[in-house]
Ligand binder design. Structure first.
Ligand code: MF3
Ligand code: CO
Length: 290
């Protein structure tokens, strides 16, 4: 890493002198690194201008999901959800991040029931009475990325599946309560793992959250295993997603070979997921998307 003098301009692009900007924070981070902890590098710490860009992107991301929430209904095909997401995102000046991302064919992921994530919208897949479906919206606006997903209960969902959806939602709250500067991502991971286990469910280990903002998927990878005091140090300016996938049965998953995308629970059990984008602040966190 480039060594800066205290009177040089800060590396973050704020235009301020280093000593009046990220100097003290860098010293603190360095002390954690020396103690053997994983610490973020500069690309993972966003400056105010970038944060504002991600905030604006997040507003569109939320508006698209709100639009889906208003219009999603029993009998609709998942292709219709895809069209809503595409049209609304474009209308608001954004670009759906999934479209053509590493070959993904659609603008949104729609994952039903035993699908864990990366479900591909199709004109042949309909929302049926009792389905639980995750709609995962990722947005590019003005070059900045935001990412969030919600669960929707279609028609009469049984109590068991309703509880799974609620526990997946609550897992986000449990995770958020651990987001604090100079705590560790492992604190957050452990809290989610403990909570979900206690509810009798499991957390998928093969897929995690991620840094987000300047790219769709940035470092660090966000895991939900813990233990506390491990994984990366959380530092103000970091932006990442919390998006644990919760299975009613075992945590193991299978990837559909034909599409190369759709992820299923191996044991056929139901799966639920919510996702938020969160910013670490000086005294806690700010939720950018929900
Ligand atoms: N939206 C997913 C996430 O939360 C990523 C989907 S990748 C895609 O990280 F290509 F399937 F869109
Ligand atoms: Co994500």
């Amino acid at each position: 890493m480039e060594k800066l003098g205290r009177n040089d301009r800060c590396w973050c692009g704020s235009g301020k002198k280093y000593k009046q900007c990220h100097y003290a924070m860098d010293q603190k981070i360095e002390s954690y690194a020396l103690a053997g902890h994983m610490v973020p590098d500069r690309e993972m710490i966003k400056n105010p201008e970038q944060i504002e860009g991600i905030r604006e992107s997040s507003k569109i991301n939320i508006a698209v999901l709100d639009y889906v929430a208003e219009h999603i209904k029993l009998g609709m095909s998942t292709e219709e959800i895809d069209k809503m997401v595409y049209d609304k995102t474009i209308e608001l000046g954004g670009i759906p991040a999934p479209l053509h991302y590493e070959g993904f064919p659609k603008s949104v992921c729609t994952s039903r029931n035993n699908e864990v994530c990366h479900g591909i919208p199709s004109k042949d897949i309909f929302l049926l009475d009792g389905d639980i479906v995750n709609v995962d919206v990722s947005t590019i606006y003005n070059g900045y990325y935001s990412d969030s997903s919600r669960m929707f209960c279609i028609g009469n969902v049984n109590e068991e599946n309703k509880r799974l959806v609620e526990v997946a939602k609550q897992a986000i709250e449990v995770g958020l309560s651990e987001v604090q500067p100079y705590h560790f991502l492992g604190d957050m991971g452990q809290a989610i793992q403990d909570y979900v286990k206690k509810q009798g469910y499991s957390v998928v280990l093969d897929f995690g959250g991620h840094g987000v903002g300047l790219e769709f998927h940035e470092e660090p990878m966000i895991t939900y295993i813990g233990p506390r005091k491990t994984e990366m140090l959380m530092v103000p300016g970091m932006v990442f997603t919390i998006e644990p996938m919760i299975n009613a049965g075992k945590p193991d998953v299978l990837i559909d070979e034909e599409s190369g995308w759709i992820v299923y629970t191996e044991d056929g059990s139901m799966s639920a997921q919510w996702e938020v984008t969160v910013l670490v602040t000086e005294d806690g966190y700010e939720i950018l998307t929900y």
